[in-house]
Design a protein around this ligand. Structure first.
Ligand SMILES: Cc1cc2nc3c(=O)[nH]c(=O)nc-3n(C[C@H](O)[C@H](O)[C@H](O)COP(=O)(O)O)c2cc1C
Length: 217
C-alpha cells in the first residue's frame, strides 16, 4: 500500500502520452500463447484491480481463479452452447460474419478469472445505491477495467467472455448464491498485437466517432 503521507507523484506529459498508448492498444485478446503466467503477476493485477472505485466504497468484487480442468471444460461447453444459439439469431451475410469471428480464448488462455459481484455485501452501508442498485455491479466493472489496463501494461492480454450462461458458471464454480457473474476473463500472453479491434477487422462493427455520443444541453 502506498504511504498516504508522501507527496503525490507528478504525471508528466511523457507519462500521459504513454498512458494514451496503453489505452489505445488495450485490445480484447482471443488468441493466447500457452506460456504460463507467474502467479505473483496475477496476484499483483488483482491487487491493483481492487484499488478501483466502488459505490459507497463497497468493494463488492470477488475473484475466482478457475484452474480445475473439469470446471474449465464446463465453461467451454457453456460457451459453445451459447455461441451456437447466438449464431441462430443471425441470418444471411451477418450469420456468415458471426461464424467467422473468434469470440473466446477459452481453449488456450493459461489463466481464467471469473469476477463476481457480491450482491449481499453490507460494506458501504448502502451509500450511493438506494436509487441505483445497479451501481454495485458497475463497481465491479471498474475493477475489471483497471485489471485489463494493468495487465496490458505488463505485456499480458485480456479477453472478456460474456457468451456464457451466468447461472451455470456460478453453479459450476460453487460460489455463494448472492454472487452475480460480471466477467469471465481469459488472460495470457497474446499471440499477436493489433491497433484495431478484432470485430472491426472481421467486418462486424466499425469504430464510431464522437458525433452522437456527446450532447450538450
Ligand atoms: C462487457 C463485455 C463483454 C464482452 N464479451 C465478449 C465476448 O463474449 N466475446 C468476445 O470475443 N469479446 C467480448 N468482448 C470484447 C468486445 O468485443 C471488444 O471489447 C470490442 O469488440 C472492442 O474491441 P477492443 O476491446 O479490442 O477494443 C466483451 C467486452 C465487454 C466490455
Amino acid at each position: 500500500m502506498p504511504d498516504s503521507t508522501v507527496q503525490p507523484p507528478s504525471f508528466d506529459a511523457a507519462f500521459s502520452a504513454r498512458l494514451r498508448e496503453l489505452i489505445f492498444w488495450r485490445r480484447d485478446v482471443r488468441r493466447f500463447r500457452r506460456d504460463p503466467v507467474a502467479a505473483e503477476l496475477i496476484d499483483e493485477l488483482i491487487g491493483l484491480a481492487v484499488l478501483a472505485p466502488s459505490v459507497g466504497h463497497s468493494q463488492p468484487w470477488r475473484f475466482v481463479l478457475v484452474e480445475d480442468p473439469a470446471r474449465r471444460s464446463a465453461v467451454r461447453d457453456s460457451f459453445r452452447r451459447c455461441n451456437r444459439e447466438a449464431l441462430e439469431d443471425y441470418h444471411g451475410e451477418r450469420a456468415g460474419l458471426y461464424a467467422r469471428l473468434k469470440l473466446s480464448g477459452l481453449e488456450d488462455a493459461p489463466v481464467q478469472l471469473a469476477i463476481f459481484c457480491d450482491e449481499a455485501t453490507e460494506a458501504g452501508h448502502g451509500l450511493g445505491r438506494k436509487t441505483m442498485p445497479e451501481t454495485l455491479r458497475y463497481s465491479v466493472v471498474t475493477a475489471v477495467h483497471t485489471l485489463w489496463l494493468a495487465a496490458r501494461a505488463r505485456g499480458l492480454g485480456v479477453g472478456w467472455v460474456s457468451i456464457l450462461e451466468p447461472d451455470q458458471i456460478a453453479r459450476g464454480l460453487e460460489v455463494p448464491g448472492d454472487w452475480a457473474l460480471i466477467a469471465y476473463l481469459c488472460i495470457g500472453y497474446p499471440e499477436e498485437e493489433h491497433a484495431d479491434p478484432e470485430l472491426e477487422r472481421g467486418g462486424w462493427e466499425d469504430r464510431r466517432d464522437l458525433s452522437g455520443c456527446v450532447l450538450r444541453r
